[in-house]
Design a protein. Structure first.
Length: 439
């Protein structure tokens, strides 16, 4: 019988023990390595992408619903103002009509054509369509297409186009439902307008998600980038000054605004609905006030013209937001408000010079002043577009032309911003250079 000899727990040769432990670990890990080789590596599996049609439909429907619900709430509140019942079909039709109006689809009503868009609701709709483009591009993997490959704009373009097509169908459907006695809407016009609206917002969101806008900005000359940024800042500051002036005017005329609300003799729901309506049209009045500050002023129908030098007030709608309209030309300290657009241009030029000093202290004067000068046309174009968007008709013959003169506003703003930005940029550049020399 063979003698049994136990293996020692500790090997005499340390190298032999290390090899034994290494062999044991490899033996234990061998089945796991086989499974990894036989199967597919989860990190290398392609991510599942949603179909373009499904992603565009879901995101566009959600964008439309978010901007439609406030309109339905306002219509319900207006019914409550009259103390009448609010039948669901009527609320839906009038709500869809207001929703169409927010997308610049004109309406033919019993009191005449209506085309003045409530820009507050328009901003909500534009933001949601932009997000629909972002989510659709993300769902189909538009950004992943350029990872490791040459970047292609087609995935983002397909996403934006999908949002535009679905939004056009929604606009046509809304026009068919809203078209009834008292309100006439062209389904073809609605489809085209909604298609352009959805295409613009969807493409912007899709290309932002796919980093297409960043790539375009990186390839744009720096002078144009700085001019666009400075002009946009100046335009936003002018609109901000218009919003602040509007709020101050309404606050000073708070008694008249409250009296207008009380004259409707409605309940809490009606008052809330009226306030929400004023909120929807607040950006329109902000654009009107900005045109007043810039100089050309605005009109509310054929009998009311408001500017710093001339004021003519005719019959006006009973809206609390209009209680702050001036009744006389600017006198006393009021003309100081006209310097706000120039102050906005000075601030924009100051920011341009400081940013340029931080990023490139040795930047040439030609490039810096060129950007400041080009900021004027950019700001003028933006303010002209906003003025045009805040113009339209309120139906009655005396209110067929409401809003600022967009061309005049853009022309005056262009020179005002260009001059202010040039002066501020040059002065700030000299001050920063002197400070740098002292340090």
């Amino acid at each position: 019988m063979a003698e049994y000899k136990a293996m020692p727990t500790t090997p005499e040769d340390p190298d032999e023990g290390a090899q034994t432990r290494l062999a044991d670990r490899e033996t234990v890990k061998l089945p796991i390595q086989r499974r990894t080789v036989r199967g597919k590596d989860p990190a290398k599996r392609p991510a599942r992408r949603a179909p373009l049609a499904l992603a565009a439909v879901v995101n566009s429907l959600w964008a439309a619903l978010v901007s439609l619900v406030p309109t339905l709430f306002v219509v319900w509140g207006l019914f409550a103002m009259d103390g009448a019942d609010a039948p669901l079909p009527e609320v839906l039709r009038l709500g869809l009509a207001g929703w169409l109006l927010a997308h610049w689809v004109p309406l033919q009503t019993g009191i005449g054509p209506m085309s003045l868009a409530p820009l507050g609701l328009t901003v909500i709709a534009a933001w949601r369509v932009y997000r629909a483009g972002v989510h659709t591009a993300r769902a189909i993997g538009a950004r992943a297409h350029h990872r490791g490959r040459p970047w292609s704009p087609w995935p983002a373009a397909r996403a934006g186009l999908g949002v535009g097509v679905v939004y056009a169908v929604l606009g046509a459907a809304a026009a068919l439902i809203a078209d009834h006695r008292g309100v006439e809407v062209s389904a073809v016009r609605a489809a085209l307008t909604f298609g352009a609206f959805g295409l613009a917002g969807g493409l912007l969101g899709a290309f932002a998600e796919a980093r297409g806008i960043a790539r375009l900005a990186s390839r744009t000359p720096r002078v144009l980038r700085d001019a666009t940024r400075t002009g946009a800042v100046a335009a936003l500051l002018v609109l901000g000054a218009g919003a602040a002036t509007t709020g101050m005017a309404v606050a000073f005329s708070g008694g008249d605004a409250s009296q207008i609300i009380d004259d409707y003799h409605t309940g809490i729901a009606g008052q809330i609905g009226l306030v929400v309506v004023c909120g929807f049209f607040a950006p329109d009045v902000t654009a009107w006030t900005a045109s007043y500050l810039v100089g050309p002023g605005f009109t509310i129908g054929s009998e009311t013209y408001i500017s710093a030098a001339h004021v003519t007030v005719g019959p006006l709608p009973a809206v609390p937001l209009l209680a702050g309209l001036p009744s006389t030309p600017a006198t006393g300290y009021a003309p100081l408000l006209l310097g706000l657009p120039l102050l906005a241009a000075l601030i924009a030029g100051w920011l341009l010079a400081r940013r340029s000093q931080r990023l490139d202290p040795d930047r040439s004067w030609y490039a810096l002043l060129g950007a400041a000068g080009l900021a004027g046309p950019v700001a003028g174009a933006l303010l002209a577009l906003v003025s045009r968007a805040a113009s339209g008709s309120l139906g009655a013959s005396g209110l067929s032309d409401v809003g600022p003169q967009s061309g005049a506003v853009g022309f005056v703003a262009m020179f005002m911003v260009a001059i202010g930005a040039l002066l501020s940029t040059a002065a700030t550049k000299l001050a920063l250079r002197a400070k740098r020399a002292r340090e």
